[in-house]
Design a binder for this molecule. Structure first.
Ligand SMILES: NC(=O)C1=CN([C@@H]2O[C@H](COP(=O)(O)OP(=O)(O)OC[C@H]3O[C@@H](n4cnc5c(N)ncnc54)[C@H](OP(=O)(O)O)[C@@H]3O)[C@@H](O)[C@H]2O)C=CC1
Ligand SMILES: O=C(O)[C@@H]1CCC=N1
Length: 276
């Protein structure tokens, strides 16, 4: 990949850390990455553990960067973008937002007309290069800038360009927030194992290996998950009994409602924090 681009992360929290860790694990030079972060302890951890340059000032980080990754919470995005707009425009950099809900039109207004902007939704498994990121670019983004955004995010997992920006809220609900749903299932299954008499360490190991194994099988198989599930489910056996309980508890409905709630919160954030 193009490893000569200088990347600035604005905000060095959970998601920035996952992306930076994944990029470095993929071989991206730490010397080409800088992060600005107000919290001293977090800044020192980023510098100490990942070997990148850090600073407290966003403008210093963005100066001279080819890609400025806006990794702050949606609630502070407006102030951050308005302050960085002139610096990004001056260098002809591409701004890459990872914020939930914040729309391209608002980012454009805050960063300034003509700025190249790619709106994305990554997720935390980027840290172990198993991320999933959707991207959507505005019309000012050149082919080279689209390539740069895609290349950076492909280094930490799979990428997909969206056909329209409205799909971003669905992506946020499925893959952006999704790791948390699977972590919740892991927590619950581990607890069930302990309740059934396993020691915690064994219950956790069995849970995590099963989650990894199922995900890998589903990814590597040509068959859909429903068919893989059927192969585990012997007629009259144990899985059948368990699945009857899950279906009766309306697990599918719960996941549907959860995803709808996440997507509508993304839309709500866009309405609350944006101007359109
Ligand atoms: N976490 C996730 O799984 C995902 C998050 N996202 C998006 O990523 C963005 C960041 O989320 P996440 O990493 O979870 O949040 P965090 O709170 O962990 O990270 C944001 C960081 O930005 C810092 N910050 C606050 N104000 C400023 C400022 N003015 N300038 C620079 N840095 C600032 C915060 O410091 P302090 O805490 O001191 O305020 C914090 O360290 C959000 O917009 C979110 O929607 C997208 C996909 C997945
Ligand atoms: O919870 C959130 O708002 C962010 C966006 C997707 C994952 N975390």
């Amino acid at each position: 990949m193009a490893q000569d681009a200088r990347i600035a992360f604005i905000g060095g929290g959970n998601m920035a850390r996952s992306l930076i860790g994944g990029l470095i694990a993929d071989g991206y030079p730490a010397t080409h990455i800088v992060a600005s972060e107000p919290d001293t302890e977090r800044r020192e951890r980023l510098a100490g553990e990942l070997g990148i340059a850090t600073c407290a000032d966003n403008a210093t980080a963005a100066e001279g960067a080819d890609a400025v990754i806006l990794a702050v919470k949606p609630q502070v995005m407006r102030g951050v973008a308005e302050a960085l707009g002139p610096i990004i425009a001056n260098h002809g950099a591409v701004a890459i937002s990872i914020a939930a809900g914040i729309r391209l039109g608002d980012l454009q207004r805050w960063l300034g007309a003509g700025t190249a902007i790619v709106r994305t939704m990554p997720n935390t498994p980027s840290l172990v290069q198993s991320g999933a990121t959707a991207l959507y670019a505005n019309e000012h983004t050149s082919e080279a800038q689209r390539d740069l955004a895609e290349t950076l995010l492909r280094a930490v997992g799979q990428t997909r360009w969206l056909e329209n920006e409205q799909q971003m809220d669905a992506v946020t609900a499925i893959s952006g927030s999704g790791p948390a749903y699977f972590f919740l299932v892991m927590e619950a299954l581990e607890e069930a194992g302990v309740e059934l008499g396993l020691d915690r360490e064994t219950a956790r190991l069995l849970t995590l290996e099963t989650a990894t194994g199922a995900a890998r099988m589903a990814l590597e198989s040509d068959d859909p998950p429903a068919q893989l599930r059927q192969r585990v489910t012997s007629p009259g056996g144990t899985t059948e009994r368990a699945l009857e309980v899950l279906e009766a508890s309306d697990l599918r409905g719960a996941l549907q409602r959860a995803a709808e709630a996440a997507a509508s919160r993304a839309d709500e954030l866009g309405n609350l924090l944006g101007e359109q």
